[in-house]
Design a protein around this ligand. Structure first.
Ligand code: DQA
Length: 140
C-alpha cells in the first residue's frame, strides 16, 4: 500500500506548540514513528502552511497513492476547498488530529473534513497517526 501523509499549517512547529493539546514530539519524530509502523508500505510525507499547496498535493495523489492520512490543522475548521479536493480522491482517506478537537473551543467543533473521510483518529497525540496507519494496514 502506498500512503501519502499530509500535514497542514503549524504542524511543522510541533514540539513548540502547547503540549497539553499536541504532546511533545516534533513532526520529524512523528514521521519516524510512522515509517516504522508502516513497514511494508510505501510512505511519503508532505507538510505545508498554504491551503492551495495542500490542495495541489491531494490532486497530485490521485492515481498515484492508495491512501491519504491528513491532519489539515486549522484548515479543518475553515476549508471547503480542502474538503472538495479530498472528496475527489478515490482512495482511502483518514483524518488525524493530535488533540481532541471536538472537546476544545467551539470554533474547532466546526469540521469540514470528517464526512469526506473514511475514518478519524483524534486526541491521542502522535498515536493518532499510528492508529491511522494500523487502520489502513488492516483495511486494505
Ligand atoms: C489540530 C487541531 C486544530 O484545531 C489545530 O488548528 C491544529 C492541530 C490537531 O492535530 O489537534 O493546528 O489539527
Amino acid at each position: 500500500m502506498k500512503i501519502k501523509i499530509i500535514n497542514g499549517p503549524n504542524l511543522n512547529m510541533l514540539g513548540k506548540r502547547p503540549k497539553e493539546h499536541y504532546g511533545t514530539k516534533t513532526l520529524d519524530e512523528i514521521n519516524e514513528m510512522i515509517k516504522k509502523e508502516a513497514e511494508g508500505c510505501e510512505v511519503s510525507f508532505f507538510q505545508s502552511n498554504h491551503e492551495g499547496d495542500i490542495i495541489d498535493e491531494i490532486q497530485a495523489s490521485i492515481g498515484v497513492w492508495d491512501a491519504i492520512v491528513i491532519n489539515p490543522g486549522g484548515y479543518t475548521h475553515t476549508s471547503v476547498a480542502i474538503r472538495d479536493a479530498l472528496e475527489i480522491f478515490p482512495g482511502k482517506k483518514v483524518e488525524v488530529h493530535l488533540s481532541k478537537v471536538n472537546e476544545r473551543d467551539d470554533f474547532r467543533k466546526i469540521n469540514y473534513i470528517t464526512d469526506v473521510c473514511d475514518k478519524t483518529f483524534m486526541g491521542m497525540y502522535e498515536m493518532s497517526y499510528i492508529e491511522a496507519i494500523k487502520y489502513l494496514k488492516n483495511t486494505k
